[in-house]
Design a protein around this ligand. Structure first.
Ligand SMILES: [Zn+2]
Length: 338
């Protein structure tokens, strides 16, 4: 088995590892596609401490060998692999409460990710993909499952106005999901390009770098401001802006994929007595996310996605890191592995 391993910051090496045969509850998948996300680039440049691990946040492929006989799961099927594992060691895991694991292990960070030829995974982490879900769409299952988790935690109801701070691919997907469930997203971004893609994706209220967000949100909501605010960690927008859009006693959720670090003043949140939530991925929603894609709840046509081939991965990481330094963002990149 071979893959691109991060040996130390800025240094990827194509390394071979011992071939593993599936046994017990473990299956083997021949990987065909992987997605490079901002988290991968932050691991690459050392901002997220990672060493000796194959990068690649998300992956899918063809089921190669399995010892289990689960619904529809058989050799040759196109399969998505959930990119996280419960630790098995924390208090909640030991109680069998795996959904509340306090130390979830993440692919490409705590164990080998998907920029490689084969993945070995527990069979309960595998999901057969329906034909109506394309490879590229499937690479965003993790985004959608985080969006569903956010929706659930903020307890969003039909007709709710929701401020969405940040309009990268995740922000865009979350806003589309809000519309699907008949809530009203107001998307805010400092990035002109994201304004255009959000509007093209069917989002009506999109505020850009030249708008007065507080004033516009006041006007849109008839002065009530928004009860629910989602702040996406990768957006490069001061958190204090997000607090200013919330109604008194409202709720704000922090989320995002990057794990970027930063400092926050909670003064306004305290004044307004906001409920503050921090949302991480929740593996319970993978199957629901696949169904949402199959039901065309999300329009992927206007997301910003690059593509590349496996052999150009080291070069691509170099370029993405330069892009990040220059612009503070990257385009998520689909890698064709075979
Ligand atoms: Zn645990």
């Amino acid at each position: 088995m071979k893959g691109y391993k991060l040996i130390k910051p800025f240094y990827l090496e194509e390394s071979e590892s011992e071939d593993v045969s599936p046994s017990g509850n473990v299956s083997k998948v021949r990987l065909t596609k992987s997605l490079i996300t901002l988290s991968d680039v932050l691991r690459y440049n050392g901002e997220i401490p990672t060493e000796n691990v194959v990068l690649g946040s998300v992956g899918l492929g063809i089921l190669n060998e399995t010892t289990k006989n689960l619904f529809d799961l058989e050799k040759g099927k196109r399969t998505y692999i959930e990119p996280s594992r419960e630790c098995g060691a924390c208090y909640n895991c030991k109680k069998g409460d795996f959904n509340k694991c306090s130390d979830v292990q993440i692919a490409g960070e705590d164990y080998d990710g998907f920029l490689c030829d084969f993945a070995i995974a527990n069979t309960d982490k595998l999901f057969v993909l329906p034909d109506s879900v394309s490879d590229t769409e499937a690479l965003f299952i993790n985004h959608i499952s985080l969006a569903v988790s956010l929706f659930d935690k903020l307890n969003i109801q039909k007709g709710d106005y929701v401020s969405v701070i940040g309009a990268n691919n995740f922000g865009n997907i979350f806003a589309q999901l809000l519309i699907y469930y008949q809530a009203v997203p107001i998307v805010m971004t400092l990035d002109e390009e994201s304004v255009v893609s959000a509007k093209k994706s069917g989002i009506y209220y999109v505020l850009g770098p030249n708008d007065n967000w507080q004033k516009e949100v006041y006007a849109i909501t008839g002065g009530r401001m928004t009860d629910k605010v989602a702040y996406i960690a990768d957006c490069n927008i001061p958190v204090v802006k997000a607090f200013s859009l919330a109604s008194f006693g409202g709720a704000i959720a922090f989320t995002g994929f990057s794990g970027k670090t930063g400092s926050v003043s909670f003064m306004q949140a305290v004044k307004k007595q906001l409920d503050v939530h921090c949302i991480n991925n929740d593996s319970r929603y993978t199957a629901a996310s696949i169904n949402l894609i199959a039901n065309k709840a999300i329009n992927f046509a206007n997301l910003k996605v690059n593509t590349c081939a496996y052999k150009s991965v080291p070069e691509v990481f170099k370029k993405l890191n330069e892009e990040l330094e220059k612009t503070g963002k990257i385009n998520e990149t689909v890698v064709t592995l075979v």
